[in-house]
Every structure is written in C-alpha cells, then in structure tokens.
Design a protein around this ligand. Structure first.
Ligand code: HGY
Ligand code: MN
Ligand code: MN
Length: 409
C-alpha cells in the first residue's frame, strides 16, 4: 500500500520552491524556483531508482524499465508549475503519486512487462506561457517555430525563457507522439467538492471539459472625468458591460452546462482621473459540450456589435487557447474503475471541469484520469487540501491500474 507520510512529505517539501508572494505557492515555468522544484523531483526519482532525464523542453521523465522494451509503455504524471498564490496539490499530487506508484512497484519486487515513466511537466497553467504548452510540446502539437511566437507577459519568447533556464532552445527529442504508449494516466485532485460531499475516495474521469480562452481589446478615447456621460468613448465601461452581460447570459441560459470567467483586466492609461482609452481583458469559457462554445461565440459577436454602437468604441477578440471537450479512453477508464473496485474504495464516474495535460495527451495516446477529493473544492488557492490518506488511496489506485494495464495485450 502507498505510504501516506512519504507522499505528504514530498509535497510539503515541493511547496517551499516558490516565488515570494502574498500567500501560497507561486512557481511559474522556467523560473529559479521552478528549477529548484525540478531538481528536487529529479533527486527523488533517482532515490526511487528511476532512470531520470530532463528533455529539451524541461520535462522530467523518470523511467522504470520493463522486461519488454518494445511493449507500448505506461506514462503517468502531471504539471509542476502553479498559478500565482496557489496550493501545493494541483498538478504536484499527480507527479508525487505517480512516483509513489513507481516506488511501490520497486518495493513489491514485481517486474512490469512495460516501461513505466513518471512525468513532471512545465507550462500547464497559463500563468506565464499559454496553457498546456509543455504537454503540447511532448505531443508534437507545438513546433520549433512556435518557440519564437509564444511570449510571456513580459514579452520574453519561449525560446529565450528556455535558454535562460539552461535548455538548448531547440526541441530535439521532445516530441514523443510517435512512440507506442499503452496509456497516459494522470492523478489529480478533483478541484471541486463532489467526492468529499459524497464521501467517496476516487473519481473515474470519463471526460474533461473543454477550455477556451479569449483576449478582448476595447478601444475608446481618453478624456477628462468631467466629460459628459453621453459624449464619452469609455473603453473601461464598455469592457465591464461585456463581462456583466455575458456572465448573466451564461448563468441564465446554460445553468451549469457552461461557465465564463473574467480573471484579468487592464485599463490604459490606468489613472483615477482619466477615462480609459483601452481595456484588455480575458474570458475563460468551460463546457463539456462543444455546441455551447459555438453558441457563445455567436452570442459574443452580437454583443460586441451592440456595445460598439452603444459606447462608440471598437472591440477586437483573439482566441488565446482552445482545447475541446475530451473523452477518456474506454480501456483506461475500465482499468481505473476495476482498480478502485478491487481496492474496495468508494468511486464514481465523473467529468473534469478543469483542464489537464491529459487532454492534450489524449490526442496521441489512450488517456485516463484518477480524481482524489479536494477539501471543500478549494483550488488555485492556499486553501487547497487533500488528506495524506486520500493521496495514498489515489496512489494505490494508480498502482493497481498500472498493473492491470501492464498485463493487457
Ligand atoms: O485552468 C485549468 O483548468 C487548469 O487548472 N490548468
Ligand atoms: Mn490548475
Ligand atoms: Mn492542474
């Protein structure tokens, strides 16, 4: 059985590799704190006896060789980066529980037929570079030329960030999409309250909600706050109108089938006594049905046309990230479900509202996810918490699922 204390101690140690911030853990990709966390993960993998390599994208792969090097391998892991002021379970629990499963395999003395590899992946969160870029590099969905196109919020290109992090700035050997893989498994905290409220140990994820990010730029005219209301071209007010209108629309029409969030908004010139000439804000759409995204696209076009007329501004929108709703692989789901049943755990089939690296790997390999409870659903917050016992039960399910998948043809 998994060692709850060992798992928790590794997570707690990881949590300290953080930029100084108001609260919680902040570890953006390719930063000095990311480097310290990566070095710690590599050292723990070596301690477990894995063959460790860091590829040209900074992805860490810890390999436990199987008896048949040609058998399609089993991969498991998650992201090592965090959003700002986060907890230390999102992503990290998936890496450390996969490492625990590897250690359980080692300690049990069993020999897998298939290679088993543990992965620690950068750039899953969009806190620095576009989200899911690390797994997209491993899945061959981002190419060398993208390294000069993708920029962080300071304008640094991905290639520059990789090189200053000590990587070659090229992608030799990163794309693993052509390799035979039996399953990519990702353990993740639920990031919702359902498992805890229903007193269950495990969520067997059957699909992952799509994730659709837009940047909206509103342009008006700067003028003095004494300008009469009817004569303004107030980009800030127009932006707030779009956000409140689309939020109300989604709440009234989609009732839980979709969500929309404005997490970032910047005004220019950003002065108390100047009517904003420009407002730039984000919209994050989530839904399990592609049709909802399509409908909201059309609705937003209409909304923008009305706001442009009403506020005498111009509005542009840019799709920043677009990953459709993604089903898990039936055979992998079945292995996870059987593992939970054999362990006598409480489990349920469920969808994931949050996005994950697994939804990118699903484009090239069979994918499945193991959810473990999130205390009161907190996530992207220092209040994030999953008990050591729940982490250990998740690692047990991962271990059993690996053994089931290993025995299959
Ligand atoms: O945004 C998400 O769904 C995930 O936390 N990256
Ligand atoms: Mn997250
Ligand atoms: Mn995550």
């Amino acid at each position: 059985m998994a060692d709850a204390k060992r798992i928790y101690d590794r997570l707690k140690t990881l949590s300290a590799f953080s930029e100084k911030n108001e609260e919680g853990t902040t570890r953006l990709s390719y930063t000095p704190e990311y480097r310290r966390a990566a070095d710690y993960v590599k050292a723990q993998m070596e301690e477990v006896g894995l063959q460790v390599r860091e590829d040209a994208a900074g992805i860490i792969w810890g390999r436990l060789p199987g008896t048949d090097p040609n058998a399609p391998k089993i991969l498991s892991g998650s992201h090592l980066d965090t959003v700002r002021c986060s907890g230390f379970y999102d992503g990290q629990a998936g890496i450390i529980c996969a490492l625990e499963a590897a250690q359980m395999i080692q300690e049990s003395g069993i020999q897998l037929k298939r290679d088993f590899e543990v992965a620690a992946i950068p750039m899953e969160e969009g806190a620095r570079f576009p989200n899911l870029s690390g797994s997209k590099l491993a899945a061959g969905l981002l190419k060398e030329e993208d390294l000069d196109q993708l920029r962080d919020t300071e304008g640094i290109t991905l290639r520059q960030a990789m090189q200053s992090y000590g990587l070659p700035g090229r992608l030799d050997g990163v794309d693993r999409s052509g390799e035979p893989v039996k399953a990519f498994l990702e353990l993740h905290m639920e990031q919702g309250p359902i498992l805890e409220e229903e007193g269950l140990d495990v969520g067997v994820v059957e699909s992952i909600f799509g994730c659709y990010w837009k940047t909206i730029t509103v342009r008006g005219e700067v003028s003095h706050p004494s300008t009469p209301m009817e004569r303004r071209k107030d980009a800030g007010l127009a932006a707030c109108r779009i956000v409140t209108d689309i939020s109300r629309h989604v709440e009234e029409v989609y009732q839980g089938r979709a969500t929309v969030t404005c997490g970032k908004m910047r005004f220019h010139p950003d002065e108390i006594n100047a009517i904003p000439s420009r407002a730039v804000f984000s919209l994050d759409f989530r839904s399990g049905q592609q049709q909802c995204f399509d409908e909201l696209d059309a609705w937003l076009e209409e909304e923008i046309a009305q706001v442009e007329r009403a506020y005498r501004v111009t509005v542009e929108q840019e799709v920043f990230s677009n990953t459709p709703p993604t089903p898990s692989d039936g055979a992998v789901v079945s292995a996870i479900r059987t593992a939970a049943q054999e362990l006598g755990l409480g489990w349920k089939m469920m969808s994931s509202g949050a996005g994950h690296d697994a939804m990118i790997f699903a484009k090239v390999w069979p994918m499945g996810m193991v959810f473990i409870p999130s205390h009161e659903g907190y996530t992207h917050s220092p209040k994030e918490y999953t008990s050591p016992e729940a982490l250990a039960r998740g690692a047990d399910v991962l271990y059993e699922a690996i053994r089931i998948l290993d025995k299959e043809n």
